[in-house]
Design a protein around this ligand. Sequence first.
Ligand code: ADP
Length: 294
Amino acid sequence: MRSATGVLVLGSTNLDLVATAARIPGPGETVLGSGYAEHPGGKGLNQALAAVRSGAPTRFVSAIGSDAAGEHLLALMTANGLDIESVRVHPEVPTGRALIMVSDIGENSILVAPGANSLVTTPTIPASIGVLLAQLEVPIDVVAESFVTARSMGITTILNPAPAAPLVPELVAACDIVVPNEHELDALGGVERLLGAGIGTVIVTLGARGVEIFRHDANSSSTLPSFPVDVVDTTGAGDSFCGALAAQLAAGASLHDAVRWATAAGALATTVRGAVPSIPTAEQITGLLADHAR
Ligand code: ADP
């Protein structure tokens, strides 16, 4: 049996630029806004931070530009203990940006400029890795190629198919676990389609309703409820869930225990505003699980 406990997260790094206004401008229109803030983002970065805060030695495979945003994000990765050996700096392109407009009634409009994320290439996969986790904000052929290699090394592969996109057959064939939310599951044609294509485990995250787990080799599904918490902002719940799941599986936990851990991580992420600040540590997750152990 493999005893590798590391996690490799393959994915995007963005700086999120968030402007608020009374309403979102239409095409050709200019609206005077009321506020502005910048936050670290990208599903890859969020999930890598979730894995390392959950206690796994985590290597991040990503790309940034040689600009101030890239420097700032690289410093954040290092400060959080991520292994950044596979984060490439591309001087000829900007760091990825998400341009987010939010209206007073909470509607938003998001344009992602991938920048360096579109230059992410297939990494060398170290033997110390137990789990490879990826999303779809970097080129899908790179995700597919990495999953095929990881699978051949006996590494567990987890795909969070976000943003939803048609999956290429090589990728489907190399996924051990797929973790969609309800919207992404619909876009992928439903759970029967994924299991029918040979994916072993599908874990559907259902927000406040917890998760439902489907196994290829079982005829029934099982559900795990969410933890009741005081919800402030659900941003980052799915990313916290995926990173925490990967960390626990790499540490050798059973699927049930890893999903329970991840469900606690997702719940805690809703109790703090923003994505990165809300990603919980192993200590916080252990605390929530202990509170509900009785
Ligand atoms: P996404 O952010 O990708 O849409 P979900 O909203 O399904 O993902 O959240 C991921 C997980 O986080 C859920 O399965 C659940 O365990 C936890 N979670 C999300 N929202 C809540 C909530 N309101 N209360 C408790 N747990 C939550």
